[in-house]
Design a protein around this ligand. Structure first.
Ligand code: PLP
Length: 470
């Protein structure tokens, strides 16, 4: 929509946008009754790690536009790659046709995982495209299911997932999810799964403490696999960080333990790195931290720097080869989307990987991670902060009403949001998960701005928790 045109003043134009948003839109994960009573922030442009609203106010994008932005907004290389591809073709189907950026990106991703997982088994060697994190997970689940069918073990058709897991919002992804507040409503529509306790050490579901527990939660998973592996196709996990479940950071060894169990009990391992992939944890992939390779790897969010929707499910020759056969055998993987392998999105993703190399994005992270940890340690001393945790540049700050008893704020109190609104006064955009504040800035955020961000977060926590209300 153009601004300042015709007889409308700029103020009228803003009012029109606000009214039209309230009148016509339904926002995701949003109680619209409340939204319509708020003064919405409507974004008009962005630069680096900042976004600007129609009223001309700039904000630090501290959640990377919901975890997708890695290199900042309006990244020249990505802009140019998309413009270059626009001069050729924007979209063509991937059903029955190939295209250049999709081929190049597959090569590039496999060389990336090849380097990340050198010398480890299994080897990821095939790329299946889709459009978002949820579909990357659906693809992995369906592949795993059909794989065992082709292997002559159709009774291996269930999945084992974790409590507090989040794998997306489509029904298959919700079935393997474990965040009650999102997922409970849809329970009657879901397929049953086995649920193992998450290694959520601050609130251990087994009431133990780490490391004295020797990963008792992993033992529980093992017992389930011991009993049920003949019915289980795959274990699905978010390696190292259960992000949407509350930025839960796993104790060392748990991820490796899951891989070992999957191998021992002959089930596939699906690693959902939709949130953790592309450098968020300090390594390109979270699985690298424990030298683990899954049988299926789901990637999305950071893949195009948030420019265009794209996702991939990577897998091995073992899985892929099981689907090979004569046409009439119907071993084909019957799954695909209209926008699968979109050339614009793939060219954006290629440019993002170029930026990783050119700017040595990962190499610049260690001092930023150290600074983040230093600031988190300060925040940890606040009276209403129960726990702080991070892996790389993904951090969670868990607010509590009572520190010693770990008594949470009742969720209806929306304490996370109170802090987020306080932070907005300082020009910072946050999106909490219940009582957990999420800090997940673009990897390109400067150390200086990261320090400022954390200082404002600290002040905002004090304001919101001490004043009670705002
Ligand atoms: C965000 C997320 C998804 C879902 O991705 P969408 O693109 O929102 O569908 C799946 N898994 C994990 C781990 C995520 O963080």
């Amino acid at each position: 929509m153009s601004m300042n045109t015709g007889s409308m003043s700029y103020r009228d134009e803003i009012k029109h946008l606000v009214d039209a948003d309230r009148e016509y839109l339904w926002h995701p994960f949003t109680q619209m009754k409340e939204w319509r009573e708020e003064d919405p922030v409507i974004i008009s442009e962005g630069r680096d790690c900042f976004v600007k609203d129609v009223r001309g106010r700039w904000y630090l994008d501290a959640v990377s536009s919901l975890w997708v932005n890695i290199h900042g907004h309006r990244k020249k290389e990505v802009d140019e790659a998309i413009q270059g591809q626009l001069g050729k073709i924007a979209h063509t189907t991937f059903l029955g046709l190939g295209n250049i950026p999709a081929i190049r990106l597959a090569e590039r991703l496999l060389s990336l995982t090849g380097r990340a997982f050198t010398g480890l088994e299994p080897r990821l060697s095939k790329v299946f495209y889709s459009d978002n994190g949820s579909t990357a997970v659906e693809v992995a689940l369906k592949m795993a299911f059909q794989y065992w069918m082709h292997r002559g073990m159709p009774e291996k058709r269930s999945f084992l997932s974790l409590t507090n897991a989040y794998h997306g919002d489509t029904l298959g992804a919700v079935s393997v999810g474990g965040v009650d507040i999102f997922h409970h409503t849809f329970a009657p529509l879901l397929f049953p799964t086995f649920k193992a306790p998450a290694p959520y050490c601050y609130r251990c579901p087994l009431r133990k403490s780490c490391p004295e527990c020797s990963l008792a939660c992993l033992k529980e998973m093992e017992e389930m696999l011991e009993r049920h592996s003949p019915e289980i196709a795959a274990v699905i996990i978010e390696p190292l960080v259960q992000a949407a479940g509350g930025m839960i950071i796993w104790p060392e060894g748990y991820l490796r333990g899951v891989r070992e169990l999957c191998t021992r009990y002959n089930v596939l391992m699906i690693a959902d790195e939709v949130a953790t992939g592309f450098g968020r944890t300090g390594q390109m992939f979270a699985c690298e931290h424990e030298q683990v390779v899954p049988d299926l790897l789901c990637l999305s969010k950071g893949i195009t720097n948030g420019y265009l929707p794209l996702a991939v499910t990577l897998t091995t020759d073992t899985v892929y080869n099981a689907f090979l056969g004569e046409f009439r055998e119907l071993k084909t993987f019957f799954h695909g989307h209209s926008y699968t392998g979109n050339p614009l999105a793939c060219s954006a993703a290629l440019a993002c990987l170029d930026v990783f190399e050119k700017e040595q994005t990962l190499g610049h992270l260690p001092p930023k991670i150290a600074l983040l940890q230093e600031k988190l340690a300060e925040i940890a001393t606040l009276p209403h902060v129960g726990d702080v945790r991070n892996k790389g540049l993904m951090a969670g700050i868990e607010l509590v009403r009572e520190r010693d008893s770990k008594e949470p704020y009742p969720w209806e109190e929306k304490m996370g949001w109170k802090v987020a609104y306080a932070a907005r006064q300082y020009g910072i955009l946050l999106r909490p998960l219940g009582n957990v504040l999420v800090i997940m800035p673009p990897l390109s955020l400067s150390g200086e701005n990261l320090g400022l961000l954390m200082d404002f977060v600290k002040t905002s926590i004090i304001t919101a928790t001490e004043n009670g209300s705002l």
